[in-house]
Design a protein around this ligand. Structure first.
Ligand SMILES: [Mg+2]
Length: 241
């Protein structure tokens, strides 16, 4: 029986809480060829994640009102409200851990009257409506997995919560979750969980990282419910010869 008192869900935003990835979808719609080149350059360590974002938005050339109009078309993922309910019911804190931007996290949640704590990069706009970025600085220069500076380091935030004594359940879907999956594989503690779908799920399966596949966040909610029921059971008595 687990006796951990504090537990938190760290949840990716793009494609996990939002029904689809905001920046990737804008790029796929408007600059598919340039986007593929930039993503490839990032994965090949030729450019950093922050350079990748800057060049993507430069190529998009969109201003605030055009981005706002697009955001109106982005729904939240199926099962998200159910997951929040179950988290509250079972005593899981909920924290968004995003490699994306605060601007649309607040905007998309705000449409539903929600405010949730998050770790994310900053996106604002200058007087002409052009995007201005301020990236998280918590990456490790010694890491070397991608070209620095990264747009935030998810494992660093995951480790912060672990260091504060939390049991952590992480939920994600894509390439910006790969580093976290590796940290989970190497450093997870008893009771830590990783839920994945799509690109992240394929990555975990290829690397044999213990992962719980999910399709909708309602599946994650149900998993947590069942887990709580199991963990409330007293340990089975030892068999006597
Ligand atoms: Mg994502």
């Amino acid at each position: 029986m687990l006796t951990l008192a504090r537990q938190v869900i760290l949840c990716d935003f793009d494609g996990t809480i939002s029904a689809f990835d905001v920046t990737n979808t804008l790029c796929r719609l408007h600059i598919p060829k340039r986007w593929a080149e930039l993503e490839q350059a990032w994965l090949a360590r030729e450019i950093s994640a922050t350079e990748c974002y800057e060049q993507e938005y430069e190529a998009l050339g969109l201003r605030k009102e055009e981005i706002d109009a697009f955001l109106e078309q982005v729904p939240l993922a199926e099962g998200f409200f159910e997951l929040l309910e179950v988290a509250k019911e079972l005593g899981w804190e909920f924290h968004i851990l995003s490699a994306g931007f605060d601007y649309y996290i607040e905007r998309l949640l705000g449409r539903h009257g929600l405010r949730l704590p998050y770790t994310a990069n900053r996106l604002s706009f200058d007087a002409a409506g052009k995007p201005v970025f301020a990236f998280l600085q918590n990456y490790d220069l010694q890491c070397g997995r991608y070209k620095a500076p990264c747009a935030g380091c998810k494992p660093a935030t995951w480790r912060e919560w672990k260091g504060r004594g939390y049991r952590v359940a992480y939920i994600g879907d894509g390439t910006t979750d790969f580093c976290l999956a590796d940290a989970f594989a190497a450093e997870r503690g008893e009771g830590d969980l990783l839920f994945a779908k799509e690109t992240l799920l394929r990555y975990c399966q290829e690397k044999r990282i213990p992962v719980h596949p999910y399709r909708s966040l309602a599946d994650v909610a149900e998993h947590l419910r069942q887990l709580a029921a199991q963990e409330m059971l007293p340990p089975a008595p030892a068999c006597r010869p």
